[in-house]
Design a protein around this ligand. Structure first.
Ligand SMILES: Nc1ncnc2c1ncn2[C@@H]1O[C@H](COP(=O)(O)OP(=O)(O)OP(=O)(O)O)[C@@H](O)[C@H]1O
Ligand SMILES: [Mg+2]
Length: 237
């Protein structure tokens, strides 16, 4: 089954064209990587997927629904960890998890989530006083508390220490095993190569390349996705 279908997506902010005719599909249970330089339109694209932005043109279907019209229904089924944080600074970690869990019909047990994500030692700290990496862990836990069918993660591991980053990879592996569909925006090619079934490379609002990490690497004649990506970016300049 198709979890996400995007056809001819366009989105501008005034005179800036952020997304300029992007099309891709994601199968249920697939892990899709979205990569590309700063300003390529990655965040704008994923924001359109979760109904946070209204496309100027094109069609978007998420779990068969139009995110613009069925945002509330999708909010029950889609978890998101966004680049811009929206957790109130005064909210304590445990409170945030309990509060977010209450939004869902069938949430995970928030105490178990606290434990699973190593958040128990900071359970009583206010979100605003956490370190960048701690905030990120909390946000990931919040994205998953509703036991979503699809998770959108925008630069999930940016700012995490190397161990936390690897822990996160393991957790994404667990998501894969549970059949959850994942859209992972990332600047780390090692991460994308290790985790993703397929990758969409965005450049200036367009799809510059698409395929499995192995395909993209081999097509470019390199032995790592990072080298293939860098070559693709130099070519596109
Ligand atoms: N709220 C906004 N208002 C105006 N312009 C915006 C807004 N958000 C993004 N843009 C512009 O749209 C373009 C795409 O931005 P977007 O955030 O989607 O890129 P990105 O690929 O996520 O970049 P990054 O890797 O830096 O996160 C950029 O030129 C950016 O300046
Ligand atoms: Mg972004």
């Amino acid at each position: 089954m198709t979890a996400i279908e995007v056809r001819g997506l366009r989105k501008s902010y005034g005179a800036t064209t952020a997304v300029d005719g992007v099309s891709f599909t994601v199968a249920q249970g697939e892990i899709l990587g979205v990569v590309g330089p700063n300003g390529a339109g990655k965040t704008t694209t994923v924001e359109c997927l979760i109904g946070l932005r209204r496309p100027d043109a094109g069609q978007v279907r998420v779990l068969g629904l139009d995110p613009e019209r069925r945002r509330r229904e999708l909010a029950e089924r889609v978890g998101a960890q966004l680049q811009e944080s929206e957790v109130p600074a005064g909210l304590r970690v445990a409170e945030a998890l309990r509060l977010f869990a209450a939004f869902y019909r069938r949430p995970d047990n928030w105490r178990a989530v606290l434990e699973r994500w190593g958040l128990t030692p900071i359970a009583d700290q206010a979100f605003g006083k956490l370190s960048g990496g701690q905030k990120q862990r909390v946000q990931l836990a919040l994205a998953l508390i509703g036991a979503p069918e699809l998770v959108v993660l925008d630069e999930l591991t940016t700012g995490l220490d190397p161990i936390a980053r690897r822990d996160t990879w393991t957790l994404i592996g667990d998501l894969r095993a549970s059949g959850t569909t994942v859209v992972l925006v990332s600047h780390f090619m090692d991460e994308v190569a290790a985790l993703c079934d397929r990758v969409v490379v965005l450049t200036r609002g367009r799809v510059g390349a698409m395929g499995s990490p192995q395909q993209l690497t081999a097509d470019a004649g390199f032995d790592s996705l990072e080298a293939a990506y860098l070559a693709l970016m130099r070519e596109g300049r």
